[in-house]
Design a protein around this ligand. Structure first.
Ligand code: NAP
Length: 450
């Protein structure tokens, strides 16, 4: 692996990279099938990825004709890695088993380990015989929509494909590793002004927010829309706020501390609600919601922007869904992609239909949506929201911090990249966009080893 890294750092050509033998094992972060039951009886919040997420060697899989082998320079923590490592809501080994039964190539994924991670910035090392548009040496980022394009259901909107999967969550050989194997139709050009770790954090979260707000399958935000964004300095929320501002809307960002409120203002979000300071309690107890609290939130929003939200960017789920449906304006849209605080949500259906509101479900993004979002990042119109960077050896600590809501924006993970700050190909563009603008989310809080 060192020979590959040395060649990348020395600017080796694609042919030179292609001539370096691939190792038969590589370093990766994975959970183990024989540990799936390890958290039985432990409360969700206390299930600790530092016990279940291991870094060790796995065998390099064979390359399928429509795939590429990547040298992963950096990756990031997504919430799906938290879910995998606490084995909730289900163990992801079930996904791997199903993929394993689907085809000969799918069988490679059904292993007693699951290499996690759904983001990467990387260099292409090998291409399969059916790959047309990419070659060894290309510097790329990866989106996580893993689709079998021989299925007709994948050809209108690939997120509707019958066997659509999320790479590194519902497939094996994810991005939190020194090597990865992905389908060629997951590749996009790496934004040339970003470091490896800045480029690695955007794929999953930014594309998800793009589909939810901008793409034709989501809420279709218009200029002038008021958009309530829960978790507005979190992974998807911080991209949502930028998209709303770019699209001529007005974000109302919800966060849970004065520091996050300040960070949010620094990216141009004028209307900020600190949910901790306001002390909202939408549930009186485990089974009863408090309509007076919904009203209090609605009044707060009207106090800020004078109107109800056209769109609510929803993902906390059980804790907030009742309030989200309540505060959306007549005819407004609640767009949801997740349920961090619980899947079994409850809302007042009377308020939904009588006020002609709609709930739109959304999940990741198709290739075109991911590509369009990557283009915005490459142009410097959307900034990465990297707050801190960890070495791969500390990936479990990073996952723990995301699980416990201790982070802002995104946590990057260095894989082959030996230090942070490498990988910038276009320093002039970086200077034009502005170092302070690109690094606004950086807390500087990096573990000593990085
Ligand atoms: P994240 O970085 O942890 O951010 C989530 C934010 O939500 C936090 O910053 C927190 O902000 C807020 N939050 C957490 N618990 C909350 C609660 N009980 N009530 C209100 N707000 C709460 O995670 P993320 O990457 O943004 O992902 C958010 C969710 O979306 C996760 O469940 C993830 O799995 C899911 N997701 C789904 C897709 C998809 O394709 N379907 C893609 C990406 C993410 P404050 O504490 O500051 O308010």
């Amino acid at each position: 692996m060192q020979a590959i890294l040395d060649a990348i750092q020395a600017g080796a050509s694609g042919d030179e990279l292609a001539a370096i033998p691939l190792p038969d094992h590589y370093r990766a972060a994975f959970v183990r099938k024989d540990e799936v039951g390890m958290f039985e009886g432990v409360a969700s919040a206390d299930k600790d990825p530092r016990r279940s997420l291991h870094v060790g060697e796995v065998a390099t899989p064979e390359l399928a004709p429509d795939e590429v082998v990547l040298a992963v320079m950096a990756s990031s923590i997504n919430f799906n890695t938290v879910w995998t490592s606490i084995f909730e809501p289900v163990s992801t080994f079930g996904f791997l088993g199903r993929l394993g039964r689907e085809s000969v190539w799918g069988a490679r994924h059904d292993q007693p380990f699951h290499v996690v991670g759904s983001d990467a910035s990387a260099v292409v090392l090998r291409v399969g015989s059916a790959v047309r548009n990419w070659k060894p040496g290309d510097r790329v980022v990866v989106h996580c929509n893993y689709v079998d394009d021989q299925d007709p259901s994948a050809h209108d909107d690939s997120m509707l494909a019958a066997n659509q999967r999320i790479w590194g969550f519902e497939t094996n050989y994810g991005g939190l590793a020194d090597l990865s194997i992905v389908k060629a139709n997951q590749l996009m050009p790496k934004p040339s002004h970003l470091t490896w770790e800045e480029a690695a954090v955007n794929g999953l979260c930014a594309s998800t927010s793009y589909r939810m707000l901008v793409g034709s399958h989501g809420a279709r935000m218009k200029q002038g829309d008021n958009v309530l964004v829960w978790g507005a300095t979190g992974g998807i929320g911080a991209y949502a706020v930028q998209l709303v501002l770019n699209g001529g809307g007005t974000p109302i960002g919800v966060v849970s501390s004065p520091q996050r409120a300040e960070l949010l203002r620094s990216i141009g979000c004028e209307h900020v609600i600190d949910r901790a300071a306001d002390g909202y309690r939408f549930w009186k107890d485990d089974v009863t919601q408090d309509e007076a609290e919904w009203r209090r939130l609605g009044a707060r929003i009207r106090g800020l922007v004078g109107e109800d939200p056209d769109i609510v960017f929803e993902h906390p789920g059980r804790n907030t869904m009742g309030a989200s449906v309540f505060v959306a304006k007549r005819g407004g849209t609640v767009v949801t992609c997740a349920a961090t605080s619980g899947y079994m949500v409850e809302y007042d259906n009377n308020r939904l239909w009588m006020k002609l509101k709609r709930i739109v479900s959304s999940h990741f993004a198709n290739y075109q949506e991911a590509w369009d979002m990557n283009r915005l990042i490459d142009r410097g119109a959307i900034q990465p929201v990297l707050s801190a960077t960890f070495p791969l050896t500390e990936v479990a600590e990073a996952a723990w911090q995301v699980h416990r809501n201790q982070h802002e924006g995104k946590l990057g993970v260095l894989c082959l990249a030996p230090t942070a700050g490498l990988g910038i190909d276009d320093p002039e563009k970086r200077a034009r966009i502005g170092e302070d603008v690109i690094t606004r989310f950086s807390t500087g809080a990096r573990p000593a080893s990085v």
